[in-house]
Design a binder for this molecule. Sequence first.
Ligand SMILES: [Zn+2]
Length: 239
Amino acid sequence: MRLLDLQAVDSSIAQYNHRKANLPELTRAAALKRRVGELDDELIAADTAVSDLELDQARAEADLVPVRQRREREQQRIDSGSVTDGTTLSNLIGEVQQLTKRIGDLEDAELEVMEKLENAQADRERLRAARAEAHGELAEVVTRGRAAMAELNNQVAEAQQQRDAVAAELPGDLLERYQRIGAKHGGVGAAALVRRRCTGCQLELNAADVERFAAAHVDEVLTCEQCGRIVVRTAESGL
Ligand SMILES: [Zn+2]
């Protein structure tokens, strides 16, 4: 009967350990860590895109400076009235028109770059927000996971104390035998015999075993012929 008490405590410990290894918070945290990692990679790409476009915009702006200066110079020459030759004047006016068109083209190109830059900045903001959210959730899940783990550790420690107390009452050879069988049978070394059925393997005893078990001395350690576990007779064994 003490073996069954030990089995009950050992099964609880196994259950707590199973829960520790399968905490939903652990799975969620792993997924969130992956997500944060992916977002970090995407953010690096987004940062690169933004800085590339910033360079493009600076270049487009720089391209405009000499053309604007030149148009201003030519326009001043026209406005000053110093150019009196008709052909030269009309060439100058033609050049200013050319420069105006060129400036228009360059400004269009710059506007296009600025639009792309704004989009890239907006993308980066979205990624930053998503990363902050995932990271926040991760911190929360880790905190919850730690609390659940601490609770389970307490339960294991408590059960372990009970186990030690029960194990101390059992003869060393019986304990060793129970542990050896348990190691081979999913942690269940001893099972109660209930209504002529081994609760370790759920198989019913045959008539010969029923007779043999019923006749066995109360202290004799019996083994299930089907699964090899220690079977413990109880008031419900039906012998
Ligand atoms: Zn069995």
